[in-house]
Design a protein around this ligand. Sequence first.
Ligand code: SF4
Length: 587
Amino acid sequence: MKVKLAKTAGFCMGVRKAMERVLLAANNSKEKIYTYGSLIHNPQVLELLRKRGIETIEKLDGISSGTVVIRAHGIPPKDRAAIRSSGLNIIDATCPRVGRVQAIVKSYTHKGYTPIIVGDKDHPEVIGLLGFSEGKGWVIDNPNAVSTLPYSKKVVIVAQTTQNEDLFNRVVEKAHRRFPECKVFNTICPSTLDRQAEVAELARSVEGMIIVGGKNSGNTQRLVRIAKASGVKTFHVETEAELDRKTLSQLKSVGVTAGASTPNWVIKRVLRELEGLESTYEDKWRNFAYRSLQFLLRSNLYVALGAGALSFVSCLLQSIKPRPSYFLIAFLYTYAMHGLNHITDKDAEQLNDPARAGFYEKYQNYLIFSGIVAVGAALFLAIMFLGILPFTFLVGITALGLLYNIPVVPWGRFKISQFKKLKDIPGSKTLSIAIGWGAVTSLIPAMDVGKVFSPSTLYAFLFVATLVYIRSGLFDILDIQGDQMVGEETIPIIIGEKKTLYLLKVLCGFLAILLLLVPKAITPFLNYVLLVPVAYMAMCLIVYQRRWIQLGGTFEAVVETSFLLTGLSTLVWYILFYKLKFTIYFI
Ligand code: SF4
């Protein structure tokens, strides 16, 4: 089955910013946090917010301390005044685009106009807008209602930001006949228009459409209506559990989109479920290959193989003869660290990659056992074949890796630091993975041959650590909403998605320059060969940005393959230059 994900699926700018603000407040404030009305129309998100101690209130009910977050939809001015006079702090997360509509209603009301709002009268955004009309506004949701409105010479018409444009245009057409001098502001949000246009287009190219979002979300319901109007089989689901697997497996292609209040992780769960569906049209071998690859990815064997490949590359960058023990130590260390840390970091995993979380739950005992065996085997290899210095160093980085997620140092109690675990240090996740990989792939072989402080070791360390940082940073971007929900502070959460993507591109450029500037004496021509995986990684960033590949298991495999590609390119170079004594003459 071919699955096409709409580029516009998921949180709009207003909802994303409101979520960020409420989670930031929950992370940084000791006060109780309330949201005034449901932050968004999505039961899964509301449940998670409740677990984070964020309470939804519909009225103040005597609450006199804490912080109230005003949601993206905004509230009427009288409600805001009531919150302020009750002594509560306010965080205003009203979407700026909703704020603009509120300003239009307010200003035209003051000029003596009668505001007409085209929208759903019970929707919180519309209730908020109506509050700015000082009791003089009207709400209508169909063109026929225009004739029921009392006549006024001065009329201003606005739309609920998530309204259907076609309906709005039909209302405006009728309104022009009844109120010839009416002023019209098409305040439908551009992201709503894009989302609706895309669902209509997508529905024309697939056999079925899946719309993911709350059953009570107005904008999601409108997407469902648009998809249905195109005549395609349409499924409205809140979670992957509601997917009609039997019917879907009969289809050759499905389109997936989601309402403005649907978080990424819910969309990802749906996509993973679809990827795993055995379509009756799919050939069995492809299914087998897909499942095998998923097993390698989820068990961390694939990423561990990548670490082994990078250790081979790192040795050659340092002119060290590659040994099987270097490869195996890097493989075993990475396998153990990734597996054991994923198990102790279940909360984020449940949101970011539920399929992987399910895999860990099912095979938890096996993974813990094999992780401990892997650590033991790596240490055994180090002491038997490499000597005391690499062994001691490996013990150190293994201990740091294992303690990453565990609050063993009571810093908080002694007021030395607010961080109880290494993981709590903002941005530490991506950096520690990069340093760990750099250390195990480049420093251990260097210690074994006694050349730790050489420029080539620094060069190899920088190459591996930067490449791994780019890979982990990209995964952090994919996991941003789930990490935010559980209070993790990864680089994209601290500096934002756009800046992180920019940073990762800059790092690709840095790697390319590093490779081009390195003296030939260190790596005769290998530096040029390694430009291939760097270009591949840069391409992964562009693929993500342009959504050229479905985000999910396939994309993860594409990114993780970068390390194997690095190893493979180096192996080709190694065979040509060392084994076949191949020589290139430059003019
Ligand atoms: S749909 Fe548009 S106006 Fe409404 S919250 Fe989202 S970005 Fe803001």
